[in-house]
Design a protein around this ligand. Structure first.
Ligand code: PLP
Length: 404
């Protein structure tokens, strides 16, 4: 789809689109985006009109069956994926497993899956379990992010990376890595969990083979919103999913006893789509009628840059854990402090919401759709106050909460 020109986005309108509790500085949209204001009423209406009145007939009459493709195409617009190459469903961990299984089948002679130590644990766990199930002696090779490029060679079956590091925000060079991977015959899988809706990504232009991502972070789809998977056009009609549910079948309602993959991206569906979650996600995606990803990424670079400068000026005792160059990072910024946990809990108690990641990372996500300059200055001031309180001396922060 053709994108509007730079400067199209009206950030006042996009801020209005969301509900945020008064007085809250919300810098955790990289974990869970806020509620779109119109969502509760739209979802009530849709439930009453479709589930309420049409019941089972809604699968066809309200087109619930094709919703995973429609919503997939809307996400595709944000990541450079042509129509018909993205489908929504399941959770991201499941989509990682599915992409990796399909990718391994494309490179049967090779035994190495290359990834990096900045990858999200769930991605690594899914890969470990899959390799064990396949039982052909594959090895998951986990190297530091800076060594990925040097480790790409003709022994590697699959390169599986998260583009933006969930802790530091460090961003991989997707175009360069895809090019080298392709020259070595390596299949690529990109996890866009911290990229989609935050920075500009071009999965088809950069020649990625597979991409996956979740929709409850920068896409604001809500808690437990479904994930998505992209498969490049060149391989979409030949990939074999390791998870073959009835809705990925070429004719689900023939109820054939054996599996025959559906056409194109349909084969990456598994079971019944999460219809209610898809409604919510679809409402949240309406904000992109008011914004372009180019403008959002540009504004995020400005906000994170001014946050870094302000924190370094005001709180010299904490150390930047993110790349300094905005082009080399995503939309969140992290700082290290040995007592980061207690400091972050204090910030949260004072209504500045970021999060903590082991062992010492304080993470602040900036989502320009609803975060502006005011959020930057409040967060800097409150951070200074929180450190001055020396909250680590207090008993109540000695034990970690269940969700950090
Ligand atoms: C958030 C995140 C996940 C979460 O996976 P779910 O199955 O949706 O819980 C996985 N991978 C990455 C890189 C993430 O950032």
């Amino acid at each position: 789809m053709k994108q509007p020109a730079a400067g199209f986005t009206n950030f006042e309108l996009t801020r209005e689109f969301f509900h945020l509790p008064p007085g809250l500085t919300y810098l955790d949209g990289n974990s869970l985006g806020p509620l779109p204001r119109k969502l509760p009423a739209s979802i009530n209406r849709v439930l009453a009109e479709q589930w309420g009145e049409l019941l089972i007939g809604a699968w066809e009459q309200a087109e619930w069956m094709v919703q995973p493709f429609r919503t997939g195409d809307r996400i595709g617009d944000l990541i450079g994926a042509p129509p018909g190459t993205v489908v929504v469903g399941d959770t991201l961990s499941v989509k990682v497993y599915q992409a990796l299984g399909a990718a391994l089948a494309m490179n049967p002679g090779r035994r190495i899956v290359l990834t990096d130590s900045g990858n999200f644990p769930s991605d690594l766990y899914m890969a470990e379990a899959l390799l064990k199930t396949v039982g052909e002696g594959h090895q998951l090779k986990v190297v530091p992010p800076t060594e990925v490029c040097a480790q790409l060679n003709e022994d590697v079956a699959v390169l599986m990376l998260t583009e933006v590091d969930y802790r530091t925000g460090r961003r991989h060079e997707m175009t360069t890595l895809n090019k080298i991977a392709r020259e070595c015959g390596v299949i690529t899988i990109w996890d866009l969990a911290h990229s989609v809706g935050a920075i500009e990504v071009d999965v088809s232009g950069s020649n990625a083979d597979f991409a996956v991502g979740c929709t409850y972070k920068y896409l604001n789809g809500g808690p437990g919103a479904p994930a998505f998977i992209y498969v490049s056009k060149a391989i979409i009609d030949s990939v074999e999913s390791p998870l073959t549910g009835w809705l990925g079948h070429s004719a689900p309602f023939k109820f054939s006893p054996s599996y025959d993959p559906g056409p194109g991206i349909a084969r990456m569906r598994i079971g019944t789509p999460p219809v209610v979650g898809l409604f919510a996600l679809d409402v949240a995606l309406d904000v992109w009628e008011l914004a372009t990803i180019g403008d959002v990424a540009q504004r995020a670079a400005e906000l994170t840059q001014s946050f870094i400068a302000g924190v370094e000026r005001t709180c010299p005792e904490i150390e930047l854990a993110s790349p300094r160059d905005p082009a080399s990072r995503g939309s969140h910024v992290s700082f290290r402090h040995p007592e980061g946990y207690a400091i972050m809990r204090t910030l949260i108690a004072n209504r500045v919401i970021g999060d903590f990641r082991e062992p010492d990372i304080m993470r602040f996500g900036f989502a320009p759709l609803y975060n502006g300059d005011g959020c930057v200055s409040t967060a800097i001031q409150e951070l200074r106050k929180a450190i001055d309180l020396k909250p680590w001396e207090s008993e109540c922060f000695k034990v970690r909460a269940a969700v950090t």
